[in-house]
Design a protein around this ligand. Structure first.
Ligand code: ZN
Ligand code: ZN
Length: 369
């Protein structure tokens, strides 16, 4: 039996979402049907909504879903009906990087997260007249009351009372920002770190760095209100990026330069300033997906001295292992990301997106029930 759901359908690039009835196909092998209770909105959703990136339309986006398993497809053994799950990105499980426990660099990443269809090639949804509606976005499409995900990207939660709006953002934004620090950089207490851009991903990186005892810990942004929040989350120094020389401001505090820098802006000159501010053997990681045509200009000599510039996807995290660790840190008071969350009813999705784009809220989370 197909499942009837309400989904926020994107019908044209740059258009608002329209809440519409859709029918979902039954879960196939390795797939699960999830009753979505909450879904965070991430900058990647906004990018895909507004920029041509080759995704078929009409499509349902949303990739920070959390909810309960309603049905399981053939071969699903680790999950059962009624399990509470957080959904993350999809990976194949069998390519060389998945076999090496690096699913974030899965060889099938684009096919499984951006193709608009399920791993078995089926279009997951249909409109009332049978019109195909694409989905499978990050292995879920959770801007909907129901979503088809995979056993591999559904992380089972303990039934311990954490609210849905706290659980949902673990699937992408919180994992990406914090995993970059916990997994990719792994600083020791007392090492210095700077976060460029204090949106939800940047603040997640900052909270992780504070948790590990990084000092000095810089936050850099154009928005002074964000920097105040960054300070309350553990930043020891803040720099308003209002045209001043950010590198000089960092070097004033830290003449030898930074051990680590995390760029969430994707802006060429900002990345360059971050590299210029690195100490010998310092590392800068880039997390942002940049618009086509973006280029960085660097003097290669800047990277001599053992410095590194690299990109990181999804916080170098395997969600099945990492999300439970992050939840344990949250419960211990070491990762208070709930302070970034603002909830909206599902029907207010367009308002939530507008508020995020205007910088009024950091991590909007849609509530589906
Ligand atoms: Zn793979
Ligand atoms: Zn995301």
């Amino acid at each position: 039996m197909p499942t009837t759901a309400t989904a926020a359908v994107l019908r044209a690039r740059g258009a608002p979402y329209a809440l519409e009835p859709v029918e979902l196909v039954e879960p196939g092998p390795g797939q699960v049907l999830v009753r979505i209770r909450a879904c965070g909105i991430c900058h990647t959703d906004v990018g895909v909504q507004n920029n041509e990136q080759g995704l078929p339309l009409p499509q349902v986006l949303g990739h920070e879903g959390a909810g309960e398993v309603l049905a399981t497809g053939p071969g699903v053994s680790r999950l059962a009906v009624g399990d509470r799950v957080v959904l993350s990105y999809a990976s194949c499980g069998s390519c060389p990087n998945c076999a090496a426990a690096r699913p974030q660099y899965c060889g099938q990443f684009m096919a499984l997260n951006y193709a608009g269809v399920l791993d078995d090639g089926r279009v997951p949804m249909a409109g009332p007249g049978g019109e195909p509606i694409y989905g499978g976005f990050f292995g879920q499409s959770s801007f909907a009351t129901h979503a088809l995900a995979y056993e591999r990207n559904a992380v089972k939660m303990a039934d311990d009372g954490l609210p849905w709006e706290v659980l949902a953002p673990f699937g992408c934004g919180m994992q990406t920002g914090s995993g970059t620090v916990y997994n990719a950089l792994a600083p020791r207490a007392g090492q210095s770190l700077a976060v460029f851009g204090t949106g939800s991903v940047g603040l997640a990186a900052l909270m992780a760095a504070a948790d590990l005892g990084c000092a000095p810990l810089f936050a850099i942004d154009r928005n002074p209100a964000r920097l105040e929040l960054a300070r309350s989350l553990g930043a020891t120094h803040t720099i308003v990026a209002d045209g001043r020389d950010v590198m000089a401001a960092i070097r004033e505090v830290l003449p030898l330069g930074l051990d680590f820098a995390v760029d969430t802006t994707g802006v060429g000159p900002v990345i360059r300033a971050g590299v210029e501010a690195l100490a010998t053997r310092g590392q800068l990681v880039m997390l942002a997906v940049t618009p086509p045509g973006t280029e960085i200009t660097l003097n290669p000599n800047m990277l001599l001295g053992g410095k590194a510039l690299r990109g990181v996807v999804e916080g170098d995290a395997d969600p099945q292992a990492f999300i439970p660790q992050l939840i344990a840190r949250h419960r211990a008071g070491r990762f208070p990301h709930d302070r970034l969350v603002t909830t909206y009813p599902f029907a207010a999705i367009n308002e939530a997106v507008a508020d995020m784009r205007a910088g009024k809220v950091i991590k909007p989370v849609l509530m589906m029930d």
